[in-house]
Ligand binder design. Structure first.
Ligand code: NAD
Length: 458
């Protein structure tokens, strides 16, 4: 695997290294180069020169399209290898990497390659009088892409494909917990023959690289996905140069299950919406509100199926849920559950690390269902980012909407009901970027995606 940074078209081995571990076993996967201030600054200079003097922004859209398709093909050619690497580094089940993360990453490059030209077309603007007016879309310049550890290659692809298609040059900074597939992407981009400096990939500490990149005048825009704490820092560092920002931040999403819902489908999909990727999803439905007539039946069914979820190492094909990403994440999730217990919440299942000797070395936490959670509790209000769900009752749809909207976040929600018209009316009242009705988690390259309130903008 590639353990080197990709800067100005070359692979760079640094003296300082970072140990990358498998969260299922704590075994070392790689010693990866870690960018110091010198390499971070080199990447900025390279991107700037590639934008101001290089070919990437100048080549025709048709040529750019060919390069982007080559990247998609490069991902597909190595799909199995990349899926293995993603699973080893993040702990997620191999089925998820194989059928979701990696093909969706390739698909994103393909979709953007096939469609970007229509978004970049000049548009005439009707104005009164004799003068003519038109809208011209231009690249921003140097764009820094800072991404989290939960979907490393996929989120990198979402940002990279469109930034490149528009003619920007980019600095890609993966999470330093999960840089392996992003570094491989550097190799794929190199093999695809993009001009030097069009893409730089650096593994670096978030705090240090964030400060250097965001406060540097030569970087025009920052597209960030991650926590609110880091997002606030990025806004602060970028304010000196009034940079354009995209902030994809946290969530505290909710499902509303109405009494006329198809209960079996609602339960099965809700399991996925809560426990996929160990609950480490910005759109995890970490709160489920069930109409009181069907609450007991829903809860019993949900808990029974949650207890059957098989924990294990990601590469084991039987595994349905892997470990959390790190010791810190395990502690955070454990602390939230312990605090909820002290505040009076009840544990319907899970609530602790599993006893299994086979799992003792990894950062595993049992899938957990909490009941009797009050809206003022931190498990109800704050993003846990782990396999923990609160299941509450409601009596009227208005009450469910109030509960759903009662947090500082506004990323996504689900409504389960056979009455599509009422479900759509309810959806209008939910303050968040995406509302799924009778489904969960479908993301489309064709559709916009983003949040309200503290979940970000852009
Ligand atoms: P994080 O904020 O710790 O890290 C995200 C990225 O920011 C990493 O590359 C990290 O190195 C970097 N970083 C950390 N501190 C920084 C700082 N001070 N300045 C600049 N960069 C810094 O987030 P995480 O733990 O990797 O990911 C989990 C978070 O991401 C959750 O809050 C989740 O909701 C959010 N997320 C949001 C979306 C979305 O689309 N809204 C998608 C996935 C994840």
């Amino acid at each position: 695997m590639n353990t080197e940074l990709f800067i100005n078209g070359e692979f760079i081995n640094t003296r300082e290294k970072q140990r990358i571990i498998n969260p299922a076993t704590k075994e070392t996967l790689a010693e990866v180069s870690l960018a110091s201030e010198k390499e971070i600054t080199l990447a900025i200079a390279s991107s700037r020169a590639a934008f101001d003097k290089g070919d990437w922004p100048k080549i025709s859209q048709e040529e750019r399209k060919k390069f982007i398709l080559k990247i998609a093909q490069g991902i597909l050619d190595r799909a199995a290898e990349l899926a293995n690497l993603e699973t080893l580094n993040t702990g997620k089940p191999i089925k998820e990497s194989t059928f979701m993360d990696i093909p969706s990453a390739a698909k994103t490059f393909e979709y953007i390659a096939d469609n970007f030209q229509k978004y970049l077309q000049e548009e005439p603007i009707d104005i009164p009088g004799q003068a003519k007016c038109k809208l011209i879309r231009e690249p921003m310049g140097v764009v820094a892409l800072i991404i989290p550890w939960n979907y490393p290659l996929l989120i990198a692809s979402w940002k990279l494909a469109s930034a490149l298609a528009a003619g920007n040059t980019v600095i890609l900074k993966p999470s330093s917990l999960t840089p392996l597939t992003a570094l491989e992407l550097g190799k794929i981009i190199h093999a695809a023959g993009l001009p030097k400096g069009a893409v730089n990939v650096i593994n670096a500490s978030g705090e240090k690289s964030g400060r250097i990149i965001c406060s540097d005048k030569r970087v025009d825009m920052v597209s960030f996905t991650g926590s609110n704490a880091a997002g606030q820092k990025i806004i602060e560092y970028s304010s000196g140069w009034v940079k354009k920002l995209i902030m994809e931040l946290g969530g505290k999403s909710a499902s509303i299950v109405l009494k006329d819902a198809d209960l079996e489908t609602a339960v099965n999909s809700s399991l996925c919406s809560v426990f996929l990727n160990q609950g480490q999803m910005c759109t995890a439905m970490s709160r489920i509100f069930v109409e009181d007539d069907i609450y007991d039946e829903f809860l019993a069914n949900f808990v029974q199926k949650t207890k059957r979820i098989k924990l294990g190492r990601g590469l084991d094909h039987e595994t349905q849920m892997g470990p959390l990403i790190s010791e810190a994440q395990l502690k955070k999730v454990t602390d939230y559950v312990e605090k909820a217990k002290k505040q009076g919440a009840k544990i319907a299942c899970g609530g602790r690390a599993p006893y299994s000797p086979a799992l003792k070395n990894g950062f595993f936490f049992e899938p957990t269902v909490l009941t009797e959670v009050l809206p003022g509790m931190s498990v109800f209000q704050e993003e846990i980012f782990g396999p923990v769900v609160c299941i509450n009752k409601f009596s009227t749809p208005e009450q469910a909407i109030d509960l759903t909207n009662s947090t500082d976040f506004g990323l996504a929600a689900c409504i389960w009901s056979k009455d599509k018209k009422s479900a759509e009316d309810l959806a209008q009242k939910i303050n968040c970027g995406t509302v799924w009705i009778n489904t969960y988690g479908m993301f489309y390259n064709e559709a916009p995606y983003g949040g309200f309130k503290q979940s970000g903008f852009g």
